[in-house]
Design a protein around this ligand. Structure first.
Ligand SMILES: C[S@@+](CC[C@H](N)C(=O)[O-])C[C@H]1O[C@@H](n2cnc3c(N)ncnc32)[C@H](O)[C@@H]1O
Length: 260
């Protein structure tokens, strides 16, 4: 009754229809192929997740089809980086799979010369900083090691450089370690500059030529990235990482879930 009194409602429905008519999101597999070629990350078994993530990305930017997105991305590096940031998963925390970090500490302690350590990928920095803290806790002086952390996600790298963490990310650290290396700032734990200075972070894709130009490392951590790749891509990534070892007899530290 009296519906003629509410013309606004009708208009907004019309507007909605015209928006959805102008959208033309059809073949998500083109985006999946593009993203796999670019980053190695496969959504082959999760196309519906990719679809909803990509649609929300496009709608925020007034892009109305996957074709338009792909066409814009080839011309716009910033947009490409934003899509990478939107589609990669950066879940990580301090002292994750600590046994491997403890193993690295023992290996470093056996050596007298300085060591270089690569974390590829490092996400928001927790793994690289965990290694630094564990080495310091074992009495290894900061002059004896240098850590490089790389990740394809530029937002994650920005967060790694800031190094201000939530409680859930530091939950594995014991109280004395936490208060020795962090300043508590309301609900955040801010890593001290002296530890931040021990890690160099860079935005990098492991499949880009510039990655191998980083040189060779004594120890390489590559944990919980290969889980996002299909088998041929895992093998390709493993080969690249292996080519970056100073000593080819040294095993790379992969995550337990990365197993081939
Ligand atoms: C789950 S995190 C793992 C972080 C940390 N290594 C750990 O185990 O806690 C996976 C990371 O891999 C990164 N990644 C995915 N593909 C990549 C690529 N081709 N090159 C570099 N980093 C990549 C993502 O951006 C994400 O931050």
């Amino acid at each position: 009754m009296f519906s003629w009194l509410f013309p606004k409602k009708e208009t907004s429905r019309e507007e909605q229809e015209s928006v959805s008519q102008s959208e033309n999101f059809r073949d998500i597999s083109k985006v999946a192929d593009f993203f796999k070629t670019l980053s190695g990350v496969t959504f082959d078994k999760q196309l519906s997740i990719l679809e909803s993530k990509t649609k929300s990305f496009c709608r925020q930017r007034d892009i109305y089809s996957y074709e338009e997105l792909l066409e814009k991305i080839t011309r716009d590096e910033t947009l490409k980086q934003e899509l990478i940031n939107h589609l990669t998963t950066n879940e990580t925390f301090f002292y994750r799979e600590f046994k491997q970090i403890a193993e690295l500490v023992s290996l470093v302690q056996e050596q007298s010369s300085p060591v270089s350590i690569l974390c590829a990928p490092c996400a928001t920095g927790e793994e690289s900083y965990s290694i630094a803290i564990a080495l310091l806790e074992a009495g290894v002086p900061p002059t004896r090691f240098h850590i490089t952390g790389i990740d394809i996600n530029s937002r994650a790298i920005e967060k790694a450089k800031i190094a201000s963490y939530r409680e859930r990310n530091v939950k594995n650290l014991l109280g004395d370690v936490l208060y020795k290396y962090f300043d508590k700032n309301e609900d955040r734990y801010d890593l001290k500059e002296s530890v931040k200075n021990l890690v160099a972070f860079k935005v990098m894709n492991i499949f880009d030529h510039e990655f191998t130009m980083l040189g060779k490392f004594d120890y390489i951590f590559s944990r919980n990235m290969l889980i996002y790749f299909d088998l041929p891509t895992k093998q390709k990534a493993k080969k690249i990482l292996e080519s970056m070892r100073k000593d080819p007899s040294k095993e790379i530290f992969f995550g337990h879930a990365d197993l081939f």
